[in-house]
Design a protein around this ligand. Structure first.
Ligand SMILES: Nc1ncnc2c1ncn2[C@@H]1O[C@H](COP(=O)(O)OP(=O)(O)OP(=O)(O)O)[C@@H](O)[C@H]1O
Ligand SMILES: [Mg+2]
Length: 436
């Protein structure tokens, strides 16, 4: 079921029209809800699509607030100027009043694909697990803010994908997204690559060249593998962040850099700072918003959805057979694997299987040999983890029961004995179904 938000002075009336088409919308009636903090609720993660009445006060701000979190459909009495302005500000569509049930159904249908991908992932980012849902929330927050973002996670967890999504959903989306692969730039070329040079500034500078940062002005710069850069690189980047200005080699004037910085690394930068390998001042500047991508083995509930997504993504590579799905048995084998290479490894497995499949379904025989021979160690590891989890649960339950006996069933006293909060204890009692 879609969560539709209607923002209008006449929200109540319009809502009944939505109900007649089978939707149950939430309304923000601006006349009645004038005290509500503007934008706060609308920008929440809760809605899938918004309908915004342009005949409402402050509609521009409301549009800017809402468009980061969901597609916004603008509507008003026929007004070409408003329509153009709304579309420029990021509305996904414009409708003229009076709205009709048919038009509403049609426009919701048209945006369905975007809404669904939004619900189960962010654009092409798939993930239904709790940690990935948290990541989607952070992407939205990061997109709506100008703060620097540091994306961390093992290789192949999707760091670049996330960086691109933040840019695409940010107000800078129309401007460039510049990926700078930090490890590919040697110190000797660092300044000319990042800042550019003026003609004649050194032997061989036969023309003026804009550096990568200048080329990206107004957009987003993505420093990939920032954890592997030299001390010189760190110092140069820090200076750009501190001063907000750059100068071409041989240049005479400072150029203000209007840029948003996103960085990614598979290293543990905190430890690198402690060891003196990474500048702490730079780390704090970069790590304003941290998005950590857990390894795939810690979110195995995403495997099936990801596998399905990759089948669709790569099916076109087979011209002779249309590969549609993965058999239950093959999927079980995929769920046994521990994915040291994370999502990239799963994607490669599916891509390879598509080339091997003989029918429209991927079967166990189409999977790589190491996946086919179900991974006994992985299974044993999981079984051991489960044993440990069960043992800890039993110990916890026994300890709580003992504390409750000692306190004669007084929860506050038992909580004091255990050194935890009362609410925490109540939750645990419920969780373990302890009766007194
Ligand atoms: N959640 C996801 N949904 C869909 N595809 C994903 C997801 N995560 C990763 N991928 C895919 O997996 C591949 C690897 O992702 P990406 O390059 O973003 O990883 P990375 O963390 O930057 O890896 P590295 O550290 O090795 O550079 C890409 O093809 C990407 O599209
Ligand atoms: Mg990468």
């Amino acid at each position: 079921m879609l969560n539709i938000l209607i923002i209008s002075d006449e929200a109540k009336g319009i809502a009944s029209l939505f109900r007649s088409t089978g939707f149950t919308p939430d309304t923000r009636d601006m006349k009645q809800a004038s005290a509500a903090p503007q934008g706060a609720d609308e920008a929440s993660d809760h809605y899938d699509i918004a309908f915004l009445d342009l005949d409402t006060d402050n509609w521009q701000e409301r549009l800017l607030d809402a468009r980061h979190s969901m597609p916004v459909i603008a509507f008003s009495r026929p007004d070409l100027h408003k329509a153009v302005e709304a579309l420029k500000l990021g509305a996904g569509d414009y409708l003229e009043k009076p709205l009709t049930a048919e038009v509403i159904s049609e426009v919701v249908g048209r945006h369905q694909k975007k809404i669904l991908s939004h619900k189960y992932g962010f654009d092409e980012i798939i993930g239904n697990s709790a940690p990935m849902q948290e990541v989607f929330g952070l992407i939205k927050k990061a997109a709506a803010s100008e703060s620097n973002v540091l994306i961390t996670g093992e290789s192949g967890t999707g760091k670049e994908l996330i960086a691109r999504a933040i840019h695409r959903w940010s107000p800078r989306s129309e401007k460039s997204f510049m990926t700078i692969n930090c490890t590919a730039i040697p110190d000797t070329l660092l300044e000319s690559e990042l800042f550019g040079f003026e003609k004649g500034s050194f032997t061989g500078a036969q023309y003026t060249k804009k550096g990568l940062l200048e080329q990206a002005l107004g957009g987003t710069v993505f420093f990939d593998e920032i954890g592997d850069v030299s001390p010189l690189f760190q110092t140069k980047v820090l200076r750009v962040l501190q001063e907000g200005e750059i100068m071409r080699i041989g240049g005479m004037r400072q150029i203000r850099v209007d840029l948003r910085f996103i960085t990614a690394t598979s290293r543990d930068l905190k430890t690198a700072c402690q060891r003196g390998m990474f500048r702490e001042d730079l780390f704090y500047r970069l790590n304003v918003i941290n998005i950590h991508l857990p390894p795939l083995r810690d979110r195995m509930e995403d495997v099936a959805l990801l596998a399905k997504h990759f089948v669709q993504k790569h099916a076109t590579k087979r011209k002779d057979v249309l590969i549609k799905c993965i058999s239950g048995e093959a999927l079980s084998l995929l769920l046994e694997h521990s994915y040291p290479g994370n999502v990239r490894e799963l994607e490669n497995i599916i891509e390879r299987s598509i080339s091997f499949a003989n029918t429209s379904e991927i079967l166990p025989a189409d999977l790589p040999p190491d996946i086919r021979q179900a991974q006994a160690p992985a299974r044993q590891h999981r079984a051991a983890a489960q044993l440990l989890k069960d043992a800890l649960t039993t110990v916890e339950k026994e300890t709580i029961t003992a504390a409750l006996l000692e306190s004669n069933g007084n929860i506050s006293r038992a909580a004091t004995i255990l050194g935890i909060y009362r609410q925490q204890l109540q939750r645990k009692i419920k969780q373990h179904k302890i009766t007194m």
